[in-house]
Design a protein around this ligand. Structure first.
Ligand SMILES: [Zn+2]
Length: 602
């Protein structure tokens, strides 16, 4: 569920050397313009090469395609690292606003800055690769020295989803968390060295560098994230109380009547998505009343047909159809005779019109939604294709994911009726099941989406010391999620390392933002489309007015600060989580009924 963008996504590494090329006279505004033209040209060429190589390597996995892709990728990274260093030369030079924005983007698009000292730079690069690999190879072996008993994250995920055996879940949960203690020492050093690199680039620490990407001061951005959470927290508390009550009915005293939820009983190894416990908490007599998966199966809807339906959603909003090459080059089915990466993704190979999706489509409700989501990336990518290369990206890193999800929110029963997949939409009395299922995914995720970087920002700033890494992690999980481990997790553990994005060093706040933004977009576009029913029943299908607003925003790409992009759709420059409350209003009232007289909070 990601978009592949080879322009900014790959500005991963840069040396913090700020001296630039020595001996040059003071550069001029014209030099800066010429420099940026060069950056745009080169990034365009190298990202095309890297994109083509990556596509082949993911749709035909062999040692050779992997090596070719890694090489093309490295060329792009090395070149952009050189450019980012050079950009510092133009600090303090008076240049056109667009050029200044491009120069700034070059500098803040880094996720990790290596120190200029070559030995330290090399050490950091090695540690980063080692941490990433340690996670990737992570396995828990039930029987030591017996490889067939080892569980990787995919198998762990399956068990956490399917098992309802408390002891087994606890064992598997604890098992997976044995992969990360060896990372602790490396992570500590990683923090020291990456902070050093960030300082050389003029940032107080790496966390400040990350927060500098949001067109506001890092301090204001932290406050903004807190403000959004405060808006939605009351609804989360109700969902938490309800799920606790139901899980207590199922599992007994291991689930406290009024304390935090046990971390291992929420259907997901990180307790970040609770939709797998839906069967345990679902409302009586409020099932959604239709089963899209069986409809698609009985009609023998093909993968191409499903994508055509998705495309029609976007053309109904006024977007041009996908190019012919999309149909020729996309991978829509799992090939019979070769290994591929099936994880759904949307691609923009040439940063112009060579759009593709890569999926192993099954005729299911989930894949039907995912197609609408992935195509959101593709239509975003094409909408900003006329921007300079550095602006061919979403308004901030939360926007790209939010767009696909916004469209997926329009996949309502009424929409399914309009496109002929459903005869009659179920009445509103069926909504609770649908809304509860969505809340277990989207509302349950919010505190988790928030706390990963709360922990990291404090780790980078030094507020959380290495000797308190694990305690601070669980303090935050308790504070935000109301989730706790069932046995003591002392400093001999390193539980943050059991979540990919920590050893992988991928910033996480974007997912929190996307979760907030998609509802705000959905509410605003539904109003534009003239929808007067409950927000969860609104679809913007066939609304040219909504489509125009959407396109106005998408076509800006990254050329303007995100509040201006937001304003194009929402008519406000402020993010607002109250759209979530509007969307879940019927569920909120229902939850009040369910938890009447029961404890709330922990
Ligand atoms: Zn996505």
């Amino acid at each position: 569920m990601r978009s592949i963008n080879f322009a900014l996504a790959l500005f991963l590494l840069v040396s913090g050397c700020t001296s630039g090329s020595s001996g040059n006279s003071t550069p001029t505004a014209a030099d800066a313009k010429k420099f940026m033209d060069d950056v745009n040209d080169t990034a365009f060429k190298l990202s095309l090469e890297a994109g083509q190589a990556a596509w082949v390597s993911e749709t035909y996995i062999t040692d050779d395609t992997t090596a070719l892709s890694a090489r093309a990728n490295q060329r792009l990274i090395d070149q952009t690292a050189r450019f980012a260093k050079e950009a510092v030369r133009f600090d303090g030079i008076n240049v056109a606003p667009d050029v200044r924005r491009e120069l700034n983007l070059l500098k803040v698009s880094l996720v990790m800055a290596t120190p200029s000292n070559p030995a330290e730079g090399e050490e950091l690069t090695k540690i980063a690769a080692k941490l990433d690999a340690a996670y990737g190879k992570g396995k828990w072996c039930e029987v030591p020295n017996k490889p067939e008993s080892c569980l990787d994250i995919d198998k762990i995920t399956d068990i956490m989803r399917d098992s309802q055996d408390e002891k087994r879940l606890r064992q598997v949960w604890e098992g997976w968390h044995t992969i990360s203690p060896p990372m602790r020492k490396d992570y500590t050093r990683f923090v020291e060295l990456s902070n050093k690199g960030a300082k050389e680039l003029g940032f107080a620490d790496s966390g400040v560098m990350w927060r500098s990407k949001y067109d506001m001061s890092p301090e204001d951005f932290s406050k903004e994230v807190d403000r959004l959470w405060t808006q939605v927290r009351p609804l989360y508390l109700k969902l938490h109380a309800y799920v606790r009550m139901k899980l207590r009915e199922k599992y007994g005293d291991v689930v406290p009547a009024n304390g935090p939820l046990p971390a291992h009983l929420l259907g997901n190894i990180w307790a970040q998505d609770w939709s797998n416990v839906y069967p345990l908490v679902k409302p009586v007599n409020a099932d959604k009343g239709y089963d899209l998966t069986s409809i698609l199966k009985s009609r023998k809807t093909s993968a191409v047909d499903m994508v055509k339906i998705g495309e029609r959603f976007y053309t109904s909003l006024g977007f041009a159809p996908l190019p012919e090459t999309f149909w020729q080059r996309s991978m829509l089915l799992r090939p019979r005779d070769r290994d591929v990466v099936c994880h759904a993704s949307a691609w923009d190979i040439d940063n112009v019109e060579d759009l593709r999706i890569k999926m192993c489509i099954q005729p299911t409700d989930e894949d039907f939604n995912t197609i609408h989501h992935e195509l959101g990336h593709n239509f975003y990518q094409r909408a900003y294709k006329d921007q300079p290369m550095l602006f061919r990206d979403s308004a901030d890193d939360g926007f790209h994911e939010a767009i696909g999800d916004t469209i997926a929110l329009s996949v309502t029963p009424e929409y399914l009726v309009k496109i002929g997949l459903l005869d009659k939409a179920p009445d509103a009395s069926r909504d609770i099941g649908l809304l509860l299922h969505k809340a277990l995914e989207k509302i349950a995720f919010l505190p988790f989406g928030l706390l990963i970087d709360q922990w990291r920002w404090k780790v980078f700033s030094g507020e959380i010391k290495p000797e308190d890494y694990n305690k601070a992690w669980w303090d935050l999980r308790l504070k935000y999620q109301g989730v706790a481990p069932v046995s003591a997790r002392g400093e001999d553990f390193f539980d943050p390392g059991a979540k990919y994005h920590v050893p992988g060093n991928v910033p996480y706040t974007r997912y929190f933002l996307a979760d907030i933004l998609q509802f705000q977009f959905h509410r605003a576009l539904s109003q534009t489309a003239g929808c007067t029913s409950m927000l969860n029943r609104c679809s913007i299908y066939q609304s040219m007015e909504a489509g125009k607003k959407l396109n106005d925003m998408l076509s800006l790409g990254l050329s303007k600060p995100w509040p201006e992009a937001l304003d194009k759709i929402a008519g406000t420059k402020q993010m607002d989580a109250t759209a979530i409350l509007d969307y879940f209003k019927p569920l909120d009232a229902w939850l009040d009924e369910q938890i009447k007289g029961k404890p709330v909070g922990w």
